[in-house]
Design a protein. Sequence first.
Lengths: 218, 242, 204
Amino acid sequence: MIALLMRDLRLAVRAGGGFGLGLAFFLIVTVLVPLGVGPETALLSKIAPGILWIGALLACLLSLDRIFALDFEDGSIDLLATAPLPMEGIVTVKALAHWLTTGLPLVLAAPALGVLLSLPQGGYFWIVVSLLVGTPALSVIGTFGAALTVGLKRGGLLMSLLVLPLYVPTLVFGAEVARRGGEGLVVQTPLLMLAGISCGAVALLPFASAAVLRINLR
Amino acid sequence: MSIWEYANPVKFIKTTDRMMPYLAVGAVVCLVSGLVWGFFFTPDDYRQGSTVKIIYLHVPAALMAINAWMMMLVASLVWIVRRHHVSALAARAAAPIGAVMTLIALATGAIWGQPMWGTWWVWDPRLTSFLILFLFYLGYMALWEAIENDDTAADLTSILCLVGSVFAVLSRYAVLFWNQGLHQGASLSLDKEEHVADVFSSPLYVCIAGFVLLFIALVFLRTQTEIRARRARALIARERLA
Amino acid sequence: MDLQVTDLAVARGGVPVLEGLNFSVADGRALVLRGPNGSGKTTLLRTIAGLQPALEGEVIGAGERIAYAAHADGLKTALTVTENLTFWAKVFGNSDISAALTGFDLLDLADRPAGSLSAGQKRRLGLARLMVTGRPVWVLDEPTVSLDAASVALFAEAVRAHLQAGGSALMATHIDLGLDEADTFDVTPCRAKPRVSALDEAFL
């Protein structure tokens, strides 16, 4: 399983797309929003946590179809399925690789982009914390969506339709942590809920993803 | 004699055909009498005026929007555990009905909200949850449409329905946390304080019964259609072989 | 332990394609499946590899003993030959890839990215993967596609060595590899009578 993780990471670095595209997309979203809503600092700093969360979520979504599509095209998935790895392990590793190549860079880039949106002083810490706790859930939920649509031609749009409603609770609690943190309010409740969603998703969803992937390989 | 006997497509069609007239008549009688009673023979609310009467469409539709998803969840579980084709098709048949119920609830809510709250739409937790529920219905239906092999589609949509149910509940609590909302409390409740007055609730019960009967009749009808479509395809396949 | 197939029926997209299959492959033996295109050889091999459920019957001695090679080689074009092989070796809990590299004449290509290889070279790399799995039963689907005569000879040699080491092989191929240990099994008589798919049957 470590070999699979290392291979996926190496592929992401070498093929370039993994890190670069997601981050660039995140940057573009944060640039476009002020262009759309106007440059007033007060307004921007009020909506900054939400924009950063939406941007991170969309950047995550954008890279989901790469999780299984490439392995499906070149036949690796079939071969992995006959290897001595449990399917649940494979999807977990895939989600972890996606988080390391997409989620983690987004977390690290968020403070820098926060500057562009004049994020309030206290918000930097909490946007990083909320993304750090929340993005694993995004990756795991996304892996489920990617597994659902793996064999489909033009599955990308369908996958967005399936995954985005599932992202709602994570987004709500994540953005709430960042917002309250920025305003200096107590963040304990949403932070615990966010952590709960992440833990629950990481613990349970791989079983659903593996079942779905097995059905799709049939 | 077991309930699973009705999982046989032919038996299902026969039985539901016998039940259909009663369901249809019951639905029409309940809906017409409930709505007429509600619209013309209840007093206007002292605060809300006559706008309150949209409750006779709004509440039953909202109730059925959730119950339809519940029914799909049960049908999906039955498909996963017992692999009865009728069950998968019934879940598939219920989805558009549930989606339409959600839309009715949203639309009547907007029409009611306009005079009451002065706006067509607020990001109230209940409204938001229903919008999200509608998105779940859309995704579920889109997945059914996208997959060619019927058994694969049934398997995948069942799992999506299971996972979706968990996340739908989570979303409900998330939006409740996110915004406490303008929406009034539950219209029907065991708690006397919250409950709407009896003079309003009696016709409401009749309307709800009408919506339930209507929903059952529509699900039976659509499931029959799905079964017949599959049967037609099977017959064509057999003809081609002969 | 032999690979044994009893009364197996396999289906493609719910439609039965082969039924009543009975054969076994003893250790040290190879079995070559023959049959026209579309007769269901690939479906049979996928079923034996455990990728799809059998319609009826059973397969004994497969599961964790199988190394499966499909039409697609599962190569990552951005990784070098060595990296590709090392990855699969690690997945199967092994580490030594030198035998596989020599066996399929890949030593000179070891540091080339798999994307720059020709079709035949890629195929050789895909087959070399079998040697690093350390699994006793090779299940091969058209292994010789796009291989030249010299490469086919290399492959035959590798299979022979595998059989002599006590392994066995089940393959679908149209080329005669000149293996003394190989029997052939024609799937044509086992073709399923045309009937509607199992999916639709419930509705008739």
